[in-house]
Design a protein around this ligand. Structure first.
Ligand SMILES: [Zn+2]
Length: 404
């Protein structure tokens, strides 16, 4: 405990805590919460800022990432100082107005992954390009490193992305190669999305990609400045970008696309997950309803089955151990029902007596002409001729039995 006279005490900070005293609660293990956010002790502030700035996210995204996860006094001030002092950032970003957010585009599409925009960045000094696909609803970016931008190279990559995330309604691109090719047109038709070409001279149209490409390229330059592997750093940048609340939507791209927020390096308590619990609860409820229904159906079938079996009926017994793919579900040698006790049924054949639950038996159509005690004798199809018979797949030795 420090005394208030202690010169190390930041009285301004204490005042800040006092101002929000109604929002503070004590959680377990000496954890203090401001509403749902963990309050970070001052010794860890710079560590938190470093985590939030991974991938060299810009100033506003670094702050937004911190605010979405934790709280401490003077987040803005401390984060701004840290980012301004990040040499890699300063060396890699263009100055002033050129880095301002471009104009917002048209309305946010109704749902995730319906409207995408696709674009290229590059070439990089390695000769490679970045193929950038952005979901205009969630702002979730997918970035693929490509060696060339020919249709033959790009289509399989887009195909992989579509198989992973699903087919969108619309993909917007510029009118350059490979998007102006016949192969791309055919691919769009084949998969079933509308390909909308927009003029690159209309800057608002592609602002989505623009506002993402700039910070991404900055992060790659920063990695280069620091002598780091840019491909690894790109993944870091993407992870941070997807997990940071987007300026426009105030939700993380990840959340809007997948309906949940992933774990990050910053600590969180479980309270926030309760928002998602409505969906989970409903899903669980549906699951339970479906299971109950299946159980009721099985029970009633079971009941009908044992009520339907009469002494003297000819039945087949389930093969209890499946030997291989060709083993039939029922033993082809019929039994005759000898005794019934509730759902338990005892059957007999020339060789043995068996007692099982009624569900283990399949009733054969009665064949009054046939002596019932001779199971291997040919049984004529006197039963329900309209039943579908999967004769094709039955072994030949079964041809003498009526199966359904
Ligand atoms: Zn930086």
């Amino acid at each position: 405990m420090k005394h208030l006279d202690d010169p190390d005490i930041d009285t301004q900070e204490i005042q800040m805590f006092y101002n929000i005293k109604d929002e503070l609660t004590y959680y377990s293990d000496n954890v203090l919460l401001r509403n749902n956010l963990i309050v970070i002790p001052s010794a860890l502030h710079s560590q938190v800022i470093d985590i939030a700035h991974e991938g060299h996210q810009g100033m506003s995204r670094t702050k937004a990432f911190i605010r979405s996860k934790v709280w401490f006094p003077r987040i803005n001030e401390k984060a701004e100082t840290a980012v301004k002092n990040c040499i890699a950032c300063q060396a890699s970003s263009y100055d002033n107005s050129s880095s301002k957010q471009p104009l917002q585009m048209s309305d946010m599409p109704h749902g995730p992954w319906e409207n995408l925009s696709a674009d290229f960045c590059g070439p990089l000094p390695t000769g490679e390009y970045l193929f950038v696909i952005t979901d205009e609803h969630s702002r979730y970016p997918v970035v693929e490193i490509v060696k060339s931008i020919t249709a033959n190279n790009i289509i399989p990559i887009l195909d992989k992305v579509i198989s992973q995330f699903g087919c969108p309604k619309v993909i917007k691109t510029d009118n350059g190669p490979p998007f102006n090719s016949g192969a791309f047109k055919n691919y769009a038709q084949h998969i079933g999305f509308t390909h909308r070409k927009i003029t690159p001279l209309w800057p608002q149209a592609n602002s989505q990609a623009e506002s993402f490409n700039k910070p991404m390229m900055k992060s790659i330059r920063a990695a280069h400045t620091e002598g780091k592997n840019w491909k690894q750093e790109l993944q870091k940048f993407l992870r941070q970008y997807r997990n940071t609340p987007h300026t426009a939507t105030k939700f993380t791209p990840f959340r809007l696309l997948f309906g949940r927020d992933p774990k990050t390096k910053l600590p969180e308590i479980d309270i926030k997950k309760q928002e998602e619990s409505v969906v989970t609860k409903q899903a669980k409820l549906n699951d339970q309803t479906a299971k109950d229904k299946a159980k009721r159906y099985a029970d009633s079938r079971n009941k009908a089955q044992y009520k339907g079996l009469q002494i003297g009926d000819r039945v087949l017994l389930k093969n209890e151990k499946k030997k291989n793919k060709l083993t039939t579900p029922y033993d082809p040698n019929p039994f005759v029902v000898k005794e019934k006790k509730g759902p338990m049924v005892t059957v007999t054949s020339a060789h043995r007596n068996v007692t099982r639950n009624a569900s283990f038996f399949k009733k054969l159509p009665s064949s009054p002409q046939q002596p019932e005690q001779q199971p291997n004798q040919r049984a004529k199809e006197t039963g329900n001729p309209s039943r579908p018979v999967r004769t094709k797949r039955l072994p030949t030795y079964l041809k003498d039995y009526i199966t359904y």
